[in-house]
Design a protein around this ligand. Structure first.
Ligand SMILES: [Zn+2]
Length: 178
């Protein structure tokens, strides 16, 4: 799977809402889960990432995958995500991005958010792909998030608006684009 890197203009698009998820779309989503699980090329070890937005793989769709728990049970897809409330209290943290390789950026984000989306587990998606059946419940859920979940959700939502961490701050370690 090809992940776009800055300054690719594809990273600047504002993605369109998702109306349906067909089998082809679900297969792509499974590939996105696989992409972030790949080992990190850096000395930090561990998986490459904890989130990936459709924008980053050249797909004009308002959806992203997250796996902050780094477990198979932690795989989540968020379709048509929104932040419905965010705390005034901010937290500053280092963020990396598969589209900005080698660079870490200090980004200030809301410490708590309420997030609304059509959320699905990776397990349900993989089961649907394996069986070729698309009996997926795409009802909207709203959840409160904090910590790494809130940070990752806001980072990925930024991607769907054409915003990367380089629009949020200066790299602590410069990436190849700089
Ligand atoms: Zn990113």
């Amino acid at each position: 799977m090809n992940v776009l890197q800055v300054p690719d203009p594809g990273l600047k698009i504002v993605c369109k809402p998702v109306l349906t998820l067909d089998l082809e779309a679900l297969k792509r989503i499974v590939e996105m889960f696989e992409e972030i699980k790949k080992p990190s090329p850096s000395s930090r070890g561990g998986p490459r990432g904890i989130g990936l937005a459709a924008t980053q793989v050249g797909w004009d769709a308002r959806l992203f995958v997250m796996n902050t728990a780094l477990t198979p049970q932690g795989e989540r897809l968020y379709v048509n995500p929104e932040v419905t409330w965010s705390s005034k209290e901010q937290s500053v943290g280092l963020e990396g991005c598969l589209s900005v390789p080698g660079a870490d950026v200090l980004v200030s984000r809301s410490r708590w958010i309420r997030a609304k989306a059509q959320a699905l587990t990776g397990f349900k998606i993989r089961t649907a792909v394996d069986s070729g059946l698309l009996a997926l419940d795409l009802s909207v859920t709203e959840t409160q998030m904090s910590g790494i979940d809130a940070r990752c959700f806001q980072h990925e939502l930024d991607h769907l608006q054409g915003i990367t961490i380089l629009d949020r701050g200066k790299p602590v370690r410069p990436g190849p684009a700089n």
